[in-house]
Design a protein around this ligand. Structure first.
Ligand code: NOJ
Length: 761
């Protein structure tokens, strides 16, 4: 059989892609010539049905019942070469047995790829991704991904559907819990850290898994925050905001990407040739495997984009979607589509080439059983080191939103009333994607606090039912205590996929509980537990101290209790602003100024609501500390034509050692355009002892000021640099200048996708 040379794109053009960015190894994209030859030989030997088989991913189980569908019918498909990959499977022993069927009982013996959603931990559960983004510490995200990869790979997995890198500006969307929030710069940094953690420099190491950047391109922009709904965006916003983390992920060598369920300006993403083949493949040179989301190829019919399954298959293939997750549209309808239109055949070869390349990069052709070790599985999962890392991640993800009158930390010796069902809800600590997490391995706030203080616990109300019968007991507990801690929020199942809410205030009878506790006159600390920012303006009125604790994973209780009692000074920062009320959504700090900027004076007609204060309740980047930090001496310290250095001195002027997250925002005006009022372009989480100062330098490139105007362009002129403790707490401002305007090359990284180098003096 004659090979179509295009099938070798996966191997052939990779070198060009990596050579253009020599600083990056683009590790998941490297193939040796022996591997390339093996792929060529295989492709030459495969029938069309076997090729299509590689493009098929089926569910070997369900998210909550892994491996439950590995029946004889599934094994027969493997024997016939009609499956390339399984998802929702796990376990060293069962996966080795399944792999053996593929390798020993199918004609060509091509190994299978085993995939699962290992999102914030596999067995050791880390904070949900939104929480880890709140650490403003890419090392936290990196380490969590590294440990998840170690645990998942020892259980036989090759591939995780993570990180989810969708920008989210509407907290009604339940999937905000899975991403890094509203900002493309923070999102890109966290995305790259996770990818490097999952894959390391060499995905052939047996303790790695292939990462999957999802859901390419603007899933997070779903109208009204309704999951799966359309996104309607200008190309400028798409490029500058929603695609920035994907471009950074592609550049970092992410092994795979997943297309989104929704349509983008009327074109369903899974059949969007301009987006996937055009921008991702051709413009960015992305050579990794692209998988559809669950059933999404078939859903091209429901979108109205295809009339028949064969048309849906052709649309997805033309868009360059290599693998069909679960819809069987490729399995059942691609062969007839190819027969009707032979121009699809080279695209099949191309797709299969990329799938085989992913298997080759993992080393599966050399040893199909290298991932998965039943003996090590017993010692690696939930190891003490992994637990310690999960605890550190949880501590670093907590955000102190309010602390009037130094209510926190709680002085030792005080009696605490701990109220709220969430305070003892081990299941919710596991968050939205718990993989193989076990609630019995989680420490709740109730358990951890009881180890540190005298605690009277009363659930009061749960978060759902509206049943107020427990309120009197909660009030009695509060009356007998010195201080009340109330856990408020949503349980884990209120956020996540298909968990959009139109009303993001506190569910159930929690407001009634707060009212009753306020009436006791005792000081109250609110501990928020939630997977999304909630609208809490009235709920939090008069509450002097508020901690945002998200869902923090197995070590949740220890981390929260240590912050409450002062062993740990909190330093997380909000990766999404918290609205005053849901009517403000979508809400984001990096908005254009408008011709009539929001004015507190209602007599002035301006861009605001008349019935709400301006801006969020707590802005992006906000977070307090048990210490205080002063900013001084901000200077632009040297400049080349394209390179700029901005440095500031930060001093811990408070009483305790603590972390500060130093944030650099820019405003880069462009003649003729309304540019965002500020955009994050650098941050550094630093630890300072009382009285200690450090100089923090940010090395910027003018490419980071680029705007999209049918290509990336940089305008000449001054760029304002604002440094401070949040997007709304700018302490110092200086300016740098771009000497002359220029255009960037097609495909170049630009704007928020580019990282700022930080130096500490
Ligand atoms: C659908 C979700 O959108 C996606 O994120 C996930 O990876 C797949 N299901 C597989 O579970």
């Amino acid at each position: 059989m004659k090979l179509d040379r295009r099938s070798l794109i996966a191997a052939g053009t990779l070198l060009a892609a990596t050579a253009r960015f020599p600083a990056l190894a683009a590790p998941a994209q490297k193939l040796s010539s022996a591997q390339r030859n093996r792929i060529d030989t295989l492709l030459a030997a495969m029938t069309l049905d076997e090729k299509i088989g590689q493009m098929v991913q089926i569910a070997g189980g369900r998210q909550i019942a892994l491996n439950s569908r590995l029946d004889e019918a599934a094994l027969d498909k493997v024997r016939a070469g009609r499956v390339g990959s399984f998802l929702h499977v796990a376990g060293a022993q069962p996966l080795q047995a399944l792999q053996r069927v593929a390798v020993e009982e199918s004609r060509l013996g091509i190994p299978l790829l085993f995939a699962m959603d290992v999102v914030h931990g596999y067995r050791t559960i880390f904070p949900v991704p939104l929480a880890m983004a709140a650490s403003f510490d890419p090392d936290v995200a990196h380490q969590a991904a590294r440990i998840a990869a170690v645990e998942a790979s020892v259980s036989g997995l090759h591939w995780t559907f993570a990180p989810m890198i969708d920008i989210a500006r509407d907290a009604r969307w339940g999937r905000v819990v899975e991403g890094a929030g509203e900002d493309p710069y923070l999102g890109a940094r966290i995305a790259v850290a996770q990818i490097e953690g999952f894959q390391t420099a060499d995905p052939a190491n047996p303790d790695t898994v292939l990462a999957c950047a999802k859901h390419m391109g603007a899933y997070g922009a779903a109208i009204g925050g309704r999951d799966y709904d359309s996104a309607e965006l200008s190309e400028r916003t798409l490029r500058e905001t929603y695609l920035a983390p994907f471009h950074a992920a592609s550049h970092a060598g992410v092994g795979t990407m997943m297309t989104a369920f929704n349509d983008l300006s009327g074109v369903p993403t899974t059949g969007n040739e301009a987006l996937v083949r055009g921008i991702l493949r051709e413009e960015w040179d992305y050579q990794g495997l692209v998988v559809s989301d669950w059933n999404a190829i078939k859903e091209l019919i429901a979108h109205g984009a295809a009339a028949t399954p064969a048309q849906a298959a052709a649309l997805a293939l033309r868009a360059s979607v290599d693998m069909d997750m679960t819809s069987n549209t490729y399995a059942d309808h691609l062969a007839p589509a190819v027969a009707a239109d032979p121009s699809l055949l080279p695209l099949v070869d191309e797709a299969v080439g990329r799938i085989l390349a992913a298997k080759a990069r993992l080393g599966l052709f050399d040893d199909p059983y290298r991932f998965g070790d039943a003996a090590r599985e017993k010692t690696v999962l939930q190891s003490a080191d992994h637990r310690a890392a999960a605890r550190r991640a949880a501590e670093r993800s907590i955000v102190l939103l309010r602390n009037e009158g130094a209510t926190l930390p709680i002085r030792s010796g005080r009696t605490i009333a701990l109220i709220g069902a969430l305070a003892d809800d081990a299941n919710s600590t596991l968050g939205s994607w718990r993989a193989r997490g076990n609630k019995d391995e989680s420490i709740t706030l109730r358990q951890a606090l009881a180890e540190r203080a005298t605690v009277r616990f009363a659930p009061g109300v749960d978060t759902r039912s509206g049943d107020t019968a427990g309120i009197p007991a909660a009030v009695a507990a509060a009356e007998q205590a010195d201080i009340t801690i109330i856990a408020l929020g949503e349980d884990y199942d209120y956020s996540g996929e298909a968990r959009s809410r139109s009303d993001i205030t506190l569910p159930g009878a929690q407001l009634a509980l707060i009212e009753a506790l306020r009436a006791t006159g005792k000081p109250i600390v609110a501990v928020l537990m939630n997977g999304r920012p909630l609208a809490l303006e009235s709920a939090l009125e008069g509450i002097p101290a508020v901690l945002e604790t998200w869902f923090l994973g197995n070590e949740s209780g220890h981390a929260i209790a240590d912050v409450l009692m002062g062993r740990v000074s909190p330093a997380g920062r909000l990766p999404m602003g918290i609205p005053r009320n849901g009517g403000q959504l979508p809400l984001f700090y990096a908005h254009p100024p408008t011709g009539r900027p929001a004015n507190p004076d209602l007599a002035v007609d301006s861009a605001r609501y008349r019935d709400a204060d301006i801006g969020p309740l707590f802005p992006f980047g906000h977070g307090l500390s048990y210490s205080r930090f002063d900013y001084s001496d901000l200077r632009a310290e040297g400049q080349g034509a394209k390179n700029h250095m901005v440095a500031v001195t930060v001093t811990n002027s408070g009483p305790v050692a603590a972390d500060e997250v130093v944030q650099l925002y820019i405003r880069a005006p462009v003649p003729g355009l309304a540019r965002p009022v500020r955009e994050l372009r650098g941050f550094a989480r630093i630890t300072l002892a009382p009285g200690e100062s450090r100089r923090v330098g940010f090395a910027l490139s003018s490419d980071q000021f680029a705007y999209w105007d049918d290509g990336w362009k940089v305008a000449a002129g001054p760029v304002e640099c604002m440094v401070g403790a949040s997007s709304d707490d700018i302490r110092l401002t200086t300016a740098i200048a771009v000497p002359s305007a220029y255009d960037l090359a097609a495909g170049a990284l630009a704007g928020a996708a580019l990282a700022t180098q930080v130096t500490l003096g």
